[in-house]
Design a binder for this molecule. Structure first.
Ligand SMILES: [Zn+2]
Length: 308
Protein backbone atom coordinates (compact mmCIF):
# COMPACT_ATOMS: atom_id res chain seq x y z
CA UNK A 1 0.00 0.00 0.00
CA UNK A 2 1.48 3.30 -1.06
CA UNK A 3 0.26 6.85 -0.68
CA UNK A 4 -1.30 6.73 -4.15
CA UNK A 5 -1.53 3.16 -5.40
CA UNK A 6 -2.44 -0.24 -4.07
CA UNK A 7 -0.45 -3.04 -5.70
CA UNK A 8 -1.16 -6.68 -5.00
CA UNK A 9 -0.13 -10.09 -6.21
CA UNK A 10 -0.70 -13.77 -5.56
CA UNK A 11 2.75 -15.24 -4.88
CA UNK A 12 3.53 -18.93 -4.51
CA UNK A 13 6.07 -20.59 -2.21
CA UNK A 14 8.76 -20.37 -4.90
CA UNK A 15 8.25 -16.61 -5.28
CA UNK A 16 6.45 -16.91 -8.63
CA UNK A 17 3.90 -14.17 -9.18
CA UNK A 18 0.44 -15.14 -10.45
CA UNK A 19 -2.55 -12.79 -10.42
CA UNK A 20 -1.80 -9.09 -9.92
CA UNK A 21 -3.69 -5.90 -9.30
CA UNK A 22 -2.76 -2.23 -9.41
CA UNK A 23 -5.31 0.46 -8.55
CA UNK A 24 -5.67 3.82 -6.84
CA UNK A 25 -5.88 3.68 -3.04
CA UNK A 26 -9.35 4.33 -1.59
CA UNK A 27 -9.22 7.75 0.01
CA UNK A 28 -12.41 7.92 2.07
CA UNK A 29 -11.05 6.81 5.42
CA UNK A 30 -10.09 3.63 7.19
CA UNK A 31 -13.32 1.69 6.56
CA UNK A 32 -13.04 2.15 2.82
CA UNK A 33 -9.36 1.33 2.62
CA UNK A 34 -9.65 -1.77 4.83
CA UNK A 35 -12.63 -2.86 2.70
CA UNK A 36 -10.56 -2.35 -0.44
CA UNK A 37 -7.73 -4.45 1.01
CA UNK A 38 -10.10 -7.30 1.90
CA UNK A 39 -11.67 -7.13 -1.53
CA UNK A 40 -8.22 -7.17 -3.17
CA UNK A 41 -7.36 -10.36 -1.25
CA UNK A 42 -10.54 -12.06 -2.50
CA UNK A 43 -9.90 -11.05 -6.11
CA UNK A 44 -6.28 -12.22 -6.01
CA UNK A 45 -7.26 -15.53 -4.45
CA UNK A 46 -9.75 -16.46 -7.14
CA UNK A 47 -10.52 -20.10 -6.41
CA UNK A 48 -7.19 -20.73 -4.64
CA UNK A 49 -7.48 -19.62 -1.00
CA UNK A 50 -4.39 -17.86 0.36
CA UNK A 51 -2.35 -19.47 3.13
CA UNK A 52 -1.82 -16.00 4.50
CA UNK A 53 -1.77 -12.32 3.63
CA UNK A 54 1.19 -9.97 3.93
CA UNK A 55 0.81 -6.21 3.55
CA UNK A 56 3.69 -3.75 3.09
CA UNK A 57 2.95 -0.25 4.39
CA UNK A 58 4.86 3.06 4.44
CA UNK A 59 5.17 3.26 8.22
CA UNK A 60 6.67 1.57 11.23
CA UNK A 61 5.07 -1.60 12.54
CA UNK A 62 5.10 -1.64 16.34
CA UNK A 63 6.83 -4.84 17.20
CA UNK A 64 4.80 -6.10 20.16
CA UNK A 65 1.33 -5.11 19.02
CA UNK A 66 1.50 -5.07 15.20
CA UNK A 67 0.09 -1.54 15.26
CA UNK A 68 1.00 0.76 12.35
CA UNK A 69 2.81 3.95 13.43
CA UNK A 70 4.48 6.93 11.76
CA UNK A 71 2.57 6.51 8.49
CA UNK A 72 1.88 10.02 7.16
CA UNK A 73 1.38 8.72 3.60
CA UNK A 74 -1.52 6.46 4.63
CA UNK A 75 -3.08 8.59 7.38
CA UNK A 76 -6.32 6.56 7.37
CA UNK A 77 -4.47 3.49 8.67
CA UNK A 78 -2.03 5.25 11.02
CA UNK A 79 -2.43 3.84 14.53
CA UNK A 80 -4.56 0.85 13.48
CA UNK A 81 -4.03 -2.89 13.86
CA UNK A 82 -4.19 -3.29 10.09
CA UNK A 83 -3.31 -6.99 10.12
CA UNK A 84 -6.09 -7.86 12.57
CA UNK A 85 -8.61 -5.77 10.66
CA UNK A 86 -7.85 -7.42 7.32
CA UNK A 87 -7.76 -10.89 8.92
CA UNK A 88 -11.23 -10.29 10.39
CA UNK A 89 -12.60 -9.20 7.01
CA UNK A 90 -11.03 -12.00 4.95
CA UNK A 91 -10.81 -14.96 7.32
CA UNK A 92 -7.11 -15.27 6.40
CA UNK A 93 -4.20 -14.74 8.77
CA UNK A 94 -2.60 -11.41 7.96
CA UNK A 95 0.66 -9.73 8.91
CA UNK A 96 1.97 -6.25 8.08
CA UNK A 97 5.50 -5.03 7.48
CA UNK A 98 7.27 -1.75 6.71
CA UNK A 99 7.44 -1.38 2.92
CA UNK A 100 11.23 -0.89 2.71
CA UNK A 101 11.72 -3.98 4.88
CA UNK A 102 9.37 -5.97 2.64
CA UNK A 103 11.27 -4.89 -0.49
CA UNK A 104 14.58 -5.76 1.19
CA UNK A 105 13.29 -9.20 2.15
CA UNK A 106 12.24 -9.83 -1.45
CA UNK A 107 15.63 -8.84 -2.86
CA UNK A 108 17.39 -11.00 -0.28
CA UNK A 109 15.11 -13.96 -1.02
CA UNK A 110 14.67 -13.86 -4.79
CA UNK A 111 16.62 -10.89 -6.10
CA UNK A 112 20.14 -9.45 -6.04
CA UNK A 113 20.66 -10.41 -2.39
CA UNK A 114 20.10 -14.10 -3.03
CA UNK A 115 22.79 -16.20 -1.40
CA UNK A 116 23.78 -13.41 0.99
CA UNK A 117 23.48 -14.00 4.74
CA UNK A 118 23.84 -10.42 5.98
CA UNK A 119 22.13 -8.23 3.43
CA UNK A 120 21.43 -4.49 3.32
CA UNK A 121 19.01 -3.23 0.69
CA UNK A 122 18.97 0.53 0.03
CA UNK A 123 16.11 1.93 -2.03
CA UNK A 124 16.77 5.32 -3.59
CA UNK A 125 13.66 7.32 -4.42
CA UNK A 126 12.10 10.50 -3.07
CA UNK A 127 13.18 9.04 0.24
CA UNK A 128 15.99 6.62 0.96
CA UNK A 129 14.61 3.35 2.30
CA UNK A 130 16.73 0.74 3.98
CA UNK A 131 16.21 -2.80 5.15
CA UNK A 132 18.47 -5.32 6.85
CA UNK A 133 17.90 -9.01 6.20
CA UNK A 134 19.96 -11.42 8.26
CA UNK A 135 19.67 -15.15 7.53
CA UNK A 136 16.51 -14.66 5.53
CA UNK A 137 14.69 -12.61 8.18
CA UNK A 138 14.13 -8.89 8.48
CA UNK A 139 16.21 -7.40 11.30
CA UNK A 140 13.75 -4.93 12.84
CA UNK A 141 15.61 -3.87 15.94
CA UNK A 142 14.03 -3.31 19.34
CA UNK A 143 10.97 -1.34 18.24
CA UNK A 144 10.92 -1.69 14.45
CA UNK A 145 13.07 1.26 13.36
CA UNK A 146 16.24 -0.60 12.34
CA UNK A 147 17.66 -0.09 8.86
CA UNK A 148 16.69 3.58 8.42
CA UNK A 149 19.88 4.33 6.53
CA UNK A 150 18.34 7.41 4.88
CA UNK A 151 18.62 9.20 8.22
CA UNK A 152 22.25 8.50 8.97
CA UNK A 153 23.92 11.92 8.97
CA UNK A 154 26.15 12.41 5.92
CA UNK A 155 26.70 16.19 6.16
CA UNK A 156 26.71 17.64 9.71
CA UNK A 157 26.06 21.15 8.39
CA UNK A 158 23.74 20.02 5.61
CA UNK A 159 20.12 20.77 4.66
CA UNK A 160 17.40 20.29 7.28
CA UNK A 161 15.67 16.91 7.01
CA UNK A 162 12.01 16.07 7.58
CA UNK A 163 13.06 13.89 10.52
CA UNK A 164 14.30 16.92 12.50
CA UNK A 165 18.00 16.36 11.90
CA UNK A 166 20.10 17.85 9.09
CA UNK A 167 22.33 16.56 6.32
CA UNK A 168 20.77 13.07 6.41
CA UNK A 169 21.74 10.75 3.54
CA UNK A 170 18.22 11.30 2.22
CA UNK A 171 18.64 15.08 1.93
CA UNK A 172 21.63 14.58 -0.40
CA UNK A 173 20.92 11.29 -2.20
CA UNK A 174 17.10 11.35 -2.31
CA UNK A 175 15.68 12.51 -5.64
CA UNK A 176 14.81 15.93 -4.16
CA UNK A 177 18.49 16.47 -3.33
CA UNK A 178 19.61 15.58 -6.86
CA UNK A 179 17.12 17.96 -8.41
CA UNK A 180 17.78 20.82 -5.99
CA UNK A 181 21.54 20.77 -6.56
CA UNK A 182 21.30 20.27 -10.31
CA UNK A 183 18.92 23.21 -10.67
CA UNK A 184 20.89 25.62 -8.47
CA UNK A 185 24.29 24.85 -10.00
CA UNK A 186 23.23 24.73 -13.64
CA UNK A 187 21.86 28.27 -13.23
CA UNK A 188 25.23 29.74 -12.28
CA UNK A 189 27.63 27.52 -14.24
CA UNK A 190 27.86 26.16 -17.78
CA UNK A 191 26.00 22.83 -17.96
CA UNK A 192 23.98 20.89 -20.51
CA UNK A 193 21.43 20.54 -17.70
CA UNK A 194 20.41 24.20 -17.92
CA UNK A 195 16.76 24.51 -18.89
CA UNK A 196 16.24 20.74 -18.85
CA UNK A 197 13.63 18.74 -17.00
CA UNK A 198 15.52 17.56 -13.93
CA UNK A 199 15.29 13.97 -12.90
CA UNK A 200 18.03 11.57 -11.84
CA UNK A 201 17.98 9.76 -15.19
CA UNK A 202 18.69 13.01 -17.08
CA UNK A 203 21.36 13.96 -14.55
CA UNK A 204 23.09 10.56 -14.82
CA UNK A 205 22.98 10.75 -18.62
CA UNK A 206 24.60 14.22 -18.50
CA UNK A 207 27.23 12.98 -16.06
CA UNK A 208 28.06 10.12 -18.43
CA UNK A 209 28.68 12.71 -21.12
CA UNK A 210 31.14 14.43 -18.80
CA UNK A 211 29.03 17.41 -17.72
CA UNK A 212 30.86 18.80 -14.68
CA UNK A 213 27.76 19.95 -12.80
CA UNK A 214 25.95 16.64 -13.34
CA UNK A 215 29.02 14.68 -12.33
CA UNK A 216 29.25 16.69 -9.13
CA UNK A 217 25.60 15.97 -8.30
CA UNK A 218 26.07 12.24 -8.90
CA UNK A 219 29.30 12.11 -6.92
CA UNK A 220 27.76 13.91 -3.94
CA UNK A 221 24.83 11.49 -3.91
CA UNK A 222 27.26 8.57 -4.14
CA UNK A 223 29.35 10.02 -1.29
CA UNK A 224 26.29 10.42 0.96
CA UNK A 225 25.18 6.86 0.21
CA UNK A 226 28.75 5.75 0.87
CA UNK A 227 28.69 7.35 4.33
CA UNK A 228 25.45 5.56 5.24
CA UNK A 229 26.47 2.20 3.81
CA UNK A 230 29.92 2.41 5.41
CA UNK A 231 28.27 2.88 8.81
CA UNK A 232 26.15 -0.24 8.24
CA UNK A 233 29.11 -2.22 6.90
CA UNK A 234 31.38 -1.32 9.77
CA UNK A 235 28.67 -2.14 12.34
CA UNK A 236 27.32 -5.35 10.81
CA UNK A 237 30.09 -6.78 8.59
CA UNK A 238 27.58 -7.39 5.77
CA UNK A 239 28.25 -9.71 2.83
CA UNK A 240 25.84 -8.05 0.36
CA UNK A 241 24.66 -4.52 -0.36
CA UNK A 242 21.85 -4.10 -2.87
CA UNK A 243 20.93 -0.70 -4.34
CA UNK A 244 17.40 -0.35 -5.70
CA UNK A 245 14.79 2.22 -6.63
CA UNK A 246 14.41 4.00 -9.96
CA UNK A 247 18.03 5.08 -9.85
CA UNK A 248 19.21 1.45 -9.91
CA UNK A 249 18.71 1.78 -13.68
CA UNK A 250 21.87 3.94 -13.70
CA UNK A 251 23.64 0.61 -13.18
CA UNK A 252 27.40 0.40 -12.75
CA UNK A 253 27.87 4.13 -13.30
CA UNK A 254 26.32 4.86 -9.89
CA UNK A 255 26.97 1.53 -8.18
CA UNK A 256 30.75 1.71 -8.73
CA UNK A 257 30.83 5.24 -7.31
CA UNK A 258 28.82 4.23 -4.24
CA UNK A 259 31.11 1.22 -3.70
CA UNK A 260 34.23 3.40 -4.00
CA UNK A 261 32.82 5.95 -1.53
CA UNK A 262 32.05 3.12 0.88
CA UNK A 263 35.48 1.55 0.46
CA UNK A 264 37.15 4.80 1.49
CA UNK A 265 35.38 4.63 4.88
CA UNK A 266 35.62 1.04 6.14
CA UNK A 267 38.23 -1.56 7.08
CA UNK A 268 39.70 -3.07 3.88
CA UNK A 269 38.61 -6.60 4.86
CA UNK A 270 35.09 -5.48 5.63
CA UNK A 271 34.84 -3.98 2.14
CA UNK A 272 36.55 -6.89 0.38
CA UNK A 273 34.11 -9.40 1.92
CA UNK A 274 31.05 -7.54 0.69
CA UNK A 275 29.47 -7.63 -2.80
CA UNK A 276 27.58 -4.64 -4.23
CA UNK A 277 24.72 -5.30 -6.64
CA UNK A 278 21.86 -3.45 -8.33
CA UNK A 279 18.37 -4.61 -7.32
CA UNK A 280 16.74 -6.95 -9.82
CA UNK A 281 13.08 -7.17 -8.78
CA UNK A 282 12.11 -3.57 -9.58
CA UNK A 283 8.47 -2.78 -8.81
CA UNK A 284 7.80 -6.38 -7.91
CA UNK A 285 9.92 -6.25 -4.73
CA UNK A 286 7.14 -4.79 -2.58
CA UNK A 287 4.51 -7.43 -3.26
CA UNK A 288 6.93 -10.38 -3.31
CA UNK A 289 8.43 -9.22 -0.01
CA UNK A 290 5.03 -8.74 1.63
CA UNK A 291 4.09 -12.26 0.54
CA UNK A 292 7.35 -13.61 1.93
CA UNK A 293 6.59 -12.01 5.31
CA UNK A 294 3.28 -13.91 5.34
CA UNK A 295 5.01 -17.14 4.26
CA UNK A 296 7.50 -16.91 7.11
CA UNK A 297 4.69 -16.13 9.55
CA UNK A 298 2.05 -18.65 8.51
CA UNK A 299 3.10 -21.38 6.11
CA UNK A 300 5.77 -23.10 8.15
CA UNK A 301 8.22 -22.26 5.34
CA UNK A 302 11.65 -23.71 6.05
CA UNK A 303 12.77 -21.86 9.13
CA UNK A 304 16.06 -20.03 8.46
CA UNK A 305 18.86 -20.66 10.93
CA UNK A 306 18.92 -18.26 13.88
CA UNK A 307 21.07 -15.16 13.45
CA UNK A 308 24.62 -15.90 14.50
ZN1 LIG B 1 16.59 12.65 8.43
Amino acid sequence: VGGTFLKGAAVDAAGEVGARLHEPVARDGARDLLGQLADAVRRLEGDRPAVGVGIGLPGIVERDTGRLRAAPNVPALDGLLVGEEVARRTGRPCVIENDANAAALAEAWRGAGRGGRYVLVVTVGTGIGGGLVFNGRVWRGHSGYAGEIGHVQAQPEGEPCGCGSRGCVETVAGIGGWVRRARARSESRPSILRGREFDPEVIVAAAREGDAVALEVVDEAAAALGVGIAAALQLFNLDRVVIGGGIAAAGAFLLDRVAAQTQARVFPHVFADCTFAAATLGNEAGVVGAARVAMLAFSGAAEPAPVA
